[in-house]
Design a protein around this ligand. Structure first.
Ligand code: 3PG
Length: 402
């Protein structure tokens, strides 16, 4: 398969100063703030190994300002050290401290900059030329010979650290981006049906919009919903009370979109039909009318059984986002059931996203699915057929490099 952008095969990296944007946004325990899964760090190892004769600086985000998992990248650095990389961390992104540390990086060494989302300008989403004006790009790019983008998980974000550098530095894809694009392109090429999307998790506002785009492609036969996304649709349909909207960020506009989608695609959207709630600190499975305002943390057994049956008979399954609050062990059941069925399905199966991908690996399903993608939102956006922002930026960079 011929790629539309350049890769590490197309550039000389030996001895050069290379800025690498990765997505090592990991699952974090909300109470202890400790990383609970580091599979996204493992996924960038091939690129880092290939750059072992370069002076490497890593740039990445973790969480979003205000979220539970918005933490420094020090823990990520320690994990890289445990993987035997010669790596250090600087608590700065593009200030004097960072620049001084970057100057000192030697061949074979890696420097990790602080979480790029601690810089407000990184949160702006705009075309590459515009975000390239942000200080993070303007201050850092003169210090490098090459930009490598290996942040597949964030490939749908047009933010400065992701697409800004491609306008000012020779830029190529890292090995992870290359692998994901190749595999997903092949997996989406099949015309086989039934084609099932299993869609859950939080980040509801963005997901409901992406779901709308994906449904217009006509590709999806059924979308099985869970997690907070499932709850949004249950509220939109009047099946559970609006008080369950409290944990859903951006609820007001998301619920309107959900109502439109329910009207347009009543036979495609499949909603949970029972719940697992937390009562007196325990998992209790019940019908919606028995929930009594207790937190709705997982899909119930009837839903799990129905979803498993549909998944087993599918020709293609794409799954992103857990069915419940899997961080609390009793509420990981729904997600595990779904993953089990995906492992049993004989069709093309792709599990994506930090949380669900990590769980598939931890539960030992890695060898039983066609592909575990590091992308969640990125993978679902890829399925809509719209070119990912990261790809567009790398393609433009490739044209300039010619
Ligand atoms: C992800 O986990 O989906 C990526 O790291 C992107 O994170 P974001 O949705 O916060 O931009």
């Amino acid at each position: 398969m011929k790629l539309s952008f350049k890769t590490l095969d197309d550039v000389e990296t030996k001895g050069r100063r290379v800025l690498v944007r990765v997505d090592i946004n990991c699952s974090v325990d909300p109470d202890t703030k400790k990383i609970t899964d580091d599979s996204r760090i493992d996924a960038i190892v091939p690129t880092l190994k290939e750059l072992s004769k370069s002076k490497v600086v890593l740039m990445a985000h973790q969480g979003r300002p205000g979220s539970n998992d918005f933490i420094s990248l020090e823990q990520h650095t320690k994990i890289l050290q445990e993987l035997r990389f010669n790596v250090s961390f600087v608590d700065d992104i593009f200030g004097e401290k960072a620049k001084a540390a970057i100057e000192k990086v030697q061949v074979g060494e890696i420097l990790v900059l602080q979480n790029v989302r601690m810089f407000e300008g990184e949160l702006k989403k705009a075309p590459p030329d515009e975000v390239a004006k942000e200080a993070i790009v303007q201050e850092l790019y003169p210090l490098f010979d090459l930009f490598v983008n290996d942040a597949f998980g964030a490939a749908h974000r047009s933010q400065a650290s992701l697409v800004g550098f491609t306008t000012v530095l020779p830029s190529v894809a890292g090995r992870l981006v290359e692998k994901e694009i190749r595999i997903l392109t092949e997996a989406t090429a099949t015309e086989k049906h039934p084609w099932i999307l299993v869609f859950g998790g939080a980040k509801v506002a963005g997901k409901v919009k992406t779901l709308g785009k994906l449904l217009t492609t006509g590709r999806v036969d059924n979308a099985l919903l869970g997690g907070l996304l499932g709850q949004l649709f249950l509220i939109a349909k009047g099946l559970i009370p609006t008080e369950y909207s409290a944990p859903i960020k951006g609820f007001e506009s998301a619920v309107e979109t959900a109502k439109e989608l329910l009207e347009k695609y009543p036979d495609i959207l499949v909603l949970p039909q029972d719940a697992a709630i937390e009562r007196d600190g325990k998992r209790v499975e019940c019908a919606f009318h028995e929930m009594d305002g207790d937190p709705f943390f997982d899909i119930g057994p009837a839903t799990a059984t129905k979803y498993m049956q549909m998944i087993r008979g599918a020709a293609v399954v794409f799954a992103n986002g857990p069915m419940g609050l899997f961080e609390k062990k009793p509420f990981a059941t729904g997600t595990k059931c779904v993953l089990n069925a995906i492992a049993e399905c004989e069709g093309v199966t792709v599990v994506g996203g930090g949380h669900m991908g990590a769980m598939a690996i931890n539960e030992g399903f890695a060898d039983r699915v066609s592909h575990i993608s590091t992308g969640g939102g990125a993978t679902i956006n890829f399925l809509t057929g719209k070119k990912l922002d990261l790809m567009v930026a790398l393609e433009e960079a490739a044209r300039r490099m010619v």
